[in-house]
Design a binder for this molecule. Structure first.
Ligand SMILES: Cc1cc2nc3c(=O)[nH]c(=O)nc-3n(C[C@H](O)[C@H](O)[C@H](O)COP(=O)(O)OP(=O)(O)OC[C@H]3O[C@@H](n4cnc5c(N)ncnc54)[C@H](O)[C@@H]3O)c2cc1C
Length: 419
């Protein structure tokens, strides 16, 4: 089918990428049907009332702007000017992210952002959301998606049209392409897991500096915290699954309490519900998904985490997924058929998503170790001084976070050359 006839398109997954993509396709006149396994998040208190936030940077901002939703997102976004590094002895110092006032990143609530994007997409008469619909596979011979209604258990087929799968890191559509040997996948799990916890407000006031991303780096592991609009912070512990300092070793409230008091005393003092939350909140796993063969002819395309999930240490998974959406939109001006478009999309994006996957892994070491190292700090100050003097000199972190005009692959290569 030709793109110019602007027919129907399915999107599988109304998460961050799927709902943004629905807006972009609607603006181009397509009839968009979005299938999402969860109930409509606009009618729920998502995450059981827990705030989970993400860092939004320039690449994500560019995608939101293109869709015309940036202003509404900025209403609940909190600027973070740098990393507040908390040392063992309680000393804390801010390391600025950029050298210019506009070089900040933003803390945004995942649930609020997702609701806002769904709301904006739903305002288009040519977008239909179908919540509670799980995609369980893809029947190519029938050119149909295999779907299950989560409320009734009814299994049915939906015409594949072209279908764009934004069903996240555990993508069922990717599994279907792999089973058909269209796609090849390599999953590299990290041996560190994460757990989200809360730093509540103190008498309605934030317990930490609001305009910063807080880090308690401890070499082999770390705690971070991002601000929320209600004066709380969402803290995330990143820690090995097994071993001496590990989730495995934190099997009792006493062990959790002792570990936090020993390793993160300044944060422990701000977390009255620590041990309760520790055992109530899930322990999440992390990893990188490398996929080759993101599309099946012009019928199905993987996009966002479904194609290339990465570890969260550069704060880029969502930003990269939004950049995917913008890139697909841009390529639509150059292609008249879905197969050619999907092919060009993978060709353009995969080197870049491989590059950010590598930089995200490297940044874990930087965040949990290097920021404490005096030599690292000296080099960072030198780089900042150079950047202020010479606009052509841009450190890698800035290229990734503040310069969407520089592709990830170039950010990785330029740093490699400088070494
Ligand atoms: C701890 C942590 C911290 C992170 N921090 C950041 C950060 O600071 N900045 C950043 O940019 N990124 C961050 N990320 C990454 C970011 O969350 C993801 O990259 C982003 O959510 C990807 O968007 P997506 O739309 O591809 O997938 P998702 O947002 O995961 O959306 C997938 C959607 O598909 C639905 N779905 C799944 N399977 C099916 C199915 N079979 N049928 C129908 N629907 C289905 C899901 O319910 C969901 O709504 C972080 C990730 C983690 C784990």
């Amino acid at each position: 089918m030709s793109l110019t006839s602007a027919g129907g398109v399915n999107i599988i997954g109304a998460g961050l990428a799927g709902s943004l993509l629905a807006i972009l396709l609607a603006k181009r006149g397509f009839q968009v049907t979005v299938y999402e396994r969860r109930p409509d998040p606009r009618h729920l208190n998502a995450n059981g009332g827990r705030s989970i936030n993400l860092a939004l940077a320039a690449r994500g901002i560019r995608g939101l702007k293109l869709a015309g939703v940036l202003e509404r997102v900025m209403k609940f976004a909190i600027p973070m000017r740098g990393r507040m590094v908390h040392e063992h002895d309680g000393a804390a110092a801010l390391q600025l992210y950029g050298v210019r006032p506009e070089e900040v990143i933003y803390s945004v609530s995942r649930a609020d952002l997702n609701r806002e994007l769904i709301e904006a997409a739903d305002a288009h008469p040519n977008v239909a959301f179908r919540f509670g619909q799980l995609c369980i596979g893809f029947a190519h011979e029938k050119n149909a998606l295999e779907m299950r209604d989560e409320a009734t258990g009814h299994i049915y087929h939906a015409d594949a049209l072209p279908s764009i799968a934004t069903d996240g890191a555990g993508s069922a559509v990717r599994d279907a392409l792999v089973a058909r040997e269209v796609a090849g996948v390599r999953e590299e799990p990290l041996d560190h897991d994460y757990k989200e916890l809360t730093i509540p407000s103190r008498e309605g006031k934030p317990a930490l500096e609001v305009n910063a991303l807080h880090i308690w780096p401890r070499g082999g592991f770390m705690l971070i915290a991002l601000p929320n609009p209600d004066a709380t912070f969402t803290a995330t512990l990143f820690l090995a699954r097994l071993g001496a300092n590990s989730f495995e070793a934190l099997g009792s409230a006493a062990a959790v309490d002792e570990f936090f008091a020993r390793e993160f005393p300044s944060a422990r003092a701000l977390m009255p519900d620590l041990t309760k939350e520790f055992f109530e909140h899930p322990q999440g796993s992390l990893g990188t998904v490398y996929t080759q063969g993101w599309h099946l002819d012009g019928d199905v395309l993987l996009l966002g985490d479904a194609a290339h999930a990465i570890v969260p240490f550069h704060g880029q998974g969502m930003n990269c997924a939004f950049e995917d959406c913008a890139e697909l939109d841009r390529l639509m001006d150059e292609h008249h058929g879905w197969a050619g478009l999907f092919e060009a999309f993978e060709h353009a994006r995969r080197p870049n998503t491989d590059a950010i996957a590598q930089m995200a892994l490297e940044n874990y070491v930087e965040m949990r170790e290097a920021v404490l190292d005096p030599e690292y700090r000296r080099k960072k100050s030198e780089a900042e001084a150079l950047e202020k003097k010479d606009p052509n000199f841009i450190p890698r972190y800035s290229m990734v976070m503040f310069h969407p005009e520089i592709p990830y692959v170039e950010a990785l290569a330029r740093r490699t050359v400088a070494r």
